[in-house]
Design a protein around this ligand. Sequence first.
Ligand SMILES: N[C@@H](CCC(=O)N[C@@H](CSS)C(=O)NCC(=O)O)C(=O)O
Length: 259
Amino acid sequence: MWFRRVPVVAAAAVAAAVRGYGTGGGRRLLLRQLFEPSSCSYTYVLADVSTGDAVIIDPVLETVPRDARLLRELGLTLRYAVNTHCHADHVTGSGALRKLLGCRSVISRASGARADLLVGEGDELRFGAFALRARASPGHTPGCFTWVLDDASAAFTGDALLIRGCGRTDFQQGCPRTLYRSVHEKIFTLPDGCLVYPAHDYNGQTVSTVGEERRFNPRLTLSPDDFVTLMEGLNLPRPHLMDVAVPANLRCGIQDDVA
Ligand SMILES: N[C@@H](CCC(=O)N[C@@H](CSS)C(=O)NCC(=O)O)C(=O)O
């Protein structure tokens, strides 16, 4: 709720206000960034160190064995397997993780995909003393969501905002004008120091900050009209797995045929 239409000037105050959520007991967060090389995808594991409750963001089918092993080794209980959106370049691992570990799969209602939990703006996922809150950030797809840690110290931006880039807008009902508005209104309104963790990187970068992207992102620092022109002229090749990935991901987390 507190995230809705936060003006830039109020962002620091908002961050301070929400630090009260579960921080009194000296909570400790575990955060792991994991990489899948064939699609250059990042998967994130977040957990409350004290309780062992965990969330995984954007798992990839091929790396489910690795991720499940890590969760088991660390003694974590996976509560949610979250998809920031219906990916077009790889099959989600949320269905396989659900089968293996009994977690609940999550995606936005606006994605049109199936999952155990369909979320909307302001919804939150709690894990131990922590929570992730959902901010709709459509444009790459209509169902894209950015998940923000409750103290606004980190944002998992999916394909809406990449490091010095952004998601393409030329398929899956993508819209450059919508993406521009999403990033400016829903991500760039977070505190400068908020860490930006994207779903992909193609240049070996791992993490950025809201302040850095607001200043240096070569696409999102353009005017809205110039951004639209740039995005409409990208002419990128289609992701090679698109025809397999999109139908599989629309069955996100509840497919019986993907082990
Ligand atoms: N070559 C890859 C697909 C690369 C790609 O299109 N990436 C997407 C995100 S995954 S749909 C994107 O938005 N890229 C933005 C950009 O500017 O490159 C493959 O074949 O899988």
